[in-house]
Design a protein around this ligand. Sequence first.
Ligand code: ADP
Ligand code: ZN
Length: 215
Amino acid sequence: MARMVLLGPPGAGKGTQAVRIAEKYQIPHISTGDILRKNVKAQTPLGLKAKEYMDAGNLVPDALVLDLVKARLQEEDCKAGFLMDGFPRTAPQAEAFDEILKETNMELDFVVDIRVDEEELIGRMTGRRVCRECGAPYHVKTMPPKQEGVCDLCGGEVYQRADDTEATVRNRFKVYREQTLPLTAYYEKAGKLVPIESEGGPDQVFQIILSALEA
Ligand code: ADP
Ligand code: ZN
């Protein structure tokens, strides 16, 4: 039984680590970003409200996210604990989350905070390219296609997604710095913070997280 939150800047590989942590501890992985994207796709009332914010790289209003999280926590599988990925993201969300937990007699165990150098992350994200046809991922520096702009696998066009452009990436970081970074101090004060210096590939980072959680 473990109740955890995963914090960290955009592009830090939170999703990848979340899947592994959830599997290791046998708890549901709750990604507010994934839940919102599903609602946008299905054009639910929530999705219709959230879409414009998400497209601009801005945060969805707290009230919408809180309703979604409250409902999700009432599902049966959360009796085993949970791993929150992408929530809370603002101070009001963190405070409301504390209230929800108190009301349901749940206590948060850990807040895993993944730390990565901002300029390195921006380089990683803005260098990202993807094949328009088959979705194969590339990177202009670390994994370029053999022929510029052409997919090695299918010959499709290799392009840059709108949310990976420098302007959008910088905006997502600004939102993170202003609204989410202060939560680090909030959870440190609460004695729940587990800081992780992200170094190396996904496997290495996962091992660092496990050792920190078991210490
Ligand atoms: P990222 O790609 O930055 O890791 P996510 O996949 O977690 O982001 O979320 C995608 C988008 O969904 C965010 O940019 C934001 O608009 C919205 N979103 C997700 N979680 C929250 C939240 N807790 N509060 C407000 N908005 C959120
Ligand atoms: Zn391709």
